[in-house]
Ligand binder design. Structure first.
Ligand code: ARG
Length: 567
């Protein structure tokens, strides 16, 4: 595709001798001010002249192909560039004709490895709505990076280790046969856990037994290991139902337990660094200098911690995946944890290219609009129930709007789940998310169903023509009206939007973009008759509809949203 920005920059460099001038070029928010703009006050110091004079002078000397940039204006010290609409249309259409569903993809990530640690629920505990956010954000990032050419490794760092398993094993030993853990593993294991915990509070001896169990588990005792494996397997089976609903995948399920035999090395390295100190019987790394509380490496009872396991994971991931970036997607409650761990990781003796590229990707909390959701046990919402409720609600809406629709079940699933995912990804991730069914399922709002609905429109228009026109036969001069031009220049930006989203680890940049495309398409469609008498005009408009269709589908799929063909 033609890179208008670089072309402008190249010509500007010839005139000004400023080599990095591309960095100064902006994209005006107001379309009236052109497609690109150079704020000349930024050059005033360097060139020792008033911005307006600089702008006029540069304009005089510039020699840019009119077929590419049709107009250059000087306004208030800005130099505004207007891209030739025929050139941009031709460029976008030709690119989409060749790349189709791959439009927007890139090779910037070629040869680079990205590790993404996401979802990571704790076994034998409910998969809660915070884990849903981690799952949805992580999985979107996974797809976005992949589309940009990176080699991505998705890791579900399961919380399958820790002293609580000593307790669970004890509870199971005592009352296992009273609970049907095959049927409802997480509910039943949670009950066992609550009961044994209560008992521990009453009876020190029981607590001691639990500690022993964990010790035995660490030492590879057969009985304890077998039960633990069963808990893990049953929990995973239950989590899998949620992953299936969301269509989320992982390359590795190496959770915390995987590192149980890899922590001695960590303690050893830290010890040798001279920084590991005793504190009240525990072993810690002091982080006073960094204004953080100490990082606990070994508790006074000699057991390791969540942080130690994360350190072992860093070492393992550096060695195994040789990562260029390692992302951790969790709620902002863990900001301090990762700051500490990333600081201590510098003592592990691995290359800085690893420790400089450990990135925590935090997100905000989910606020439930109470009274509207079936909650069990106070505020703990069972996630599977919630996703099924989304599907039920979508089914009801479809039943009202379009009772004769084929494949109703599949559409309800795509719309319901799509609504939840989109809602999760609609704001900058650090913002708290409001979970409100009416908002996220509003077909006319800034929602998943809205972009699906626009996609379905493009699809039904495209079905009206027998076959897609060839780009070589299209007269681009027929798409010069405001609505077409705006839609085309937005489609042109797709790859840039994806790169920005990856750079900031912010899928919402894509969600907002898809809303923009949908709204622009809606205006284009309302103002222009697409299927019409004039064959040439129809062909041009059909092709633009096709381009919209491609971008909506590819963009939504990158977020994890599936597009129905009808709804
Ligand atoms: N299991 C943790 C939790 O539920 C999240 C783990 C995140 N990943 C990590 N490497 N620490 O809070």
């Amino acid at each position: 595709m033609i890179n208008f920005k670089s072309i402008i920059a190249e010509e500007l460099t010839k005139v000004t001798n400023i080599t990095n001038i591309e960095e100064y070029i902006e994209i005006p928010t107001n379309k009236e001010m052109g497609d690109y703009s150079l704020p000349c006050f930024k050059l005033a110091k360097e060139l020792k002249k008033a911005p307006q004079a600089i702008a006029s002078e540069i304009k005089e000397k510039l020699n840019i192909d009119k077929e590419l940039i049709s107009k250059i204006d000087v306004v208030n010290g800005y130099l505004n560039f207007y891209v030739n609409t025929v050139a941009i249309t031709k460029s976008v259409f030709e690119e989409i004709e060749i790349k189709k569903e791959q439009y927007g993809s890139d090779e910037i990530g070629k040869g680079k490895n990205i590790v993404i640690d996401y979802s990571s629920p704790n076994i034998a505990k409910p998969f809660h709505i915070g884990h849903l956010r981690s799952t949805v954000i992580g999985s979107a990032l996974y797809k976005i990076y992949k589309f940009l050419g990176y080699n991505v490794i998705g890791i579900n760092h399961l919380g399958d280790y820790g002293t609580q398993f000593g307790k669970l094993i004890e509870g199971y030993k005592r009352w296992g046969n009273e609970y049907n853990i095959n049927e409802n593993p997480i509910d039943e294991l949670t009950k066992i856990y609550v009961r044994i915990n209560d008992l521990c509070k009453e009876d020190e001896n029981v607590l001691e037994e639990c500690r022993n169990n964990f010790k035995k588990l660490e030492d590879g005792d057969q009985y304890c290991t077998e039960i633990w494996e069963r808990f893990r397997e049953l929990s995973l089976k239950e989590f899998q139902r949620i992953y299936d609903l969301l269509d989320v995948h992982f390359d590795s399920l190496n959770g915390e337990a995987f590192y149980s035999d890899k922590m001695d090395e960590i303690v050893d390295i830290l010890d040798k660094s001279g920084k590991l100190v005793e504190s009240e019987g525990a072993k810690v790394i002091n982080l006073d200098e960094k204004n953080m509380p100490p990082c606990l490496i070994k508790k006074s009872n000699d057991s390791t911690t969540y942080a130690t396991r994360d350190l072992a994971a860093i070492l393992y991931r550096a060695r195994t995946y040789d990562f260029d970036k390692a992302l951790y997607v969790t709620s902002y409650e863990q900001i301090l944890h990762f700051k500490q761990v990333f600081e201590v990781a510098k003592l592990l003796g691995i290359d800085e290219k690893y420790t400089d590229n450990l990135i925590h990707v935090p997100f905000g909390m989910v606020q439930l609009k109470t009274g509207k959701m079936s909650t069990r046990e106070g505020n703990i919402v069972k996630l599977e129930d919630l996703l099924n409720e989304a599907i039920d609600r979508a089914r009801k809406i479809i039943e009202e709007k379009n009772p004769n629709l084929e494949n109703k079940e599949e559409v309800a699933k795509n719309v319901g789940i799509g609504a939840v995912i989109f809602n999760d990804l609609y704001n900058s991730r650090i913002k708290d998310e409001i979970f409100d069914w009416d908002i996220m399922l509003n077909f006319n709002g800034e929602t998943g169903p809205y972009i699906q609905y626009m996609f379905v429109r493009t699809k039904s228009i495209l079905e009206k023509v027998e076959k897609l026109p060839l780009v070589s036969e299209i007269d681009f001069n027929l798409l010069k009206d405001k609505h077409s031009v705006e839609l085309i220049s937005e489609i042109y930006k797709f790859n840039e939007v994806l790169k920005q989203s990856a750079e900031k680890n912010e899928p919402y940049i894509i969600s907002r973009y898809l809303i923009n495309i949908s709204q622009l398409f809606s205006s284009f469609y309302n103002e222009n008759k697409i299927i019409c008498e004039d064959e040439k005009l129809q062909n041009a408009r059909i092709y633009l509809t096709y381009c919209t269709n491609i971008v909506l589908k590819t963009g939504a799929n990158l977020l994890g949203i599936k597009m129905p063909n009808k709804m």
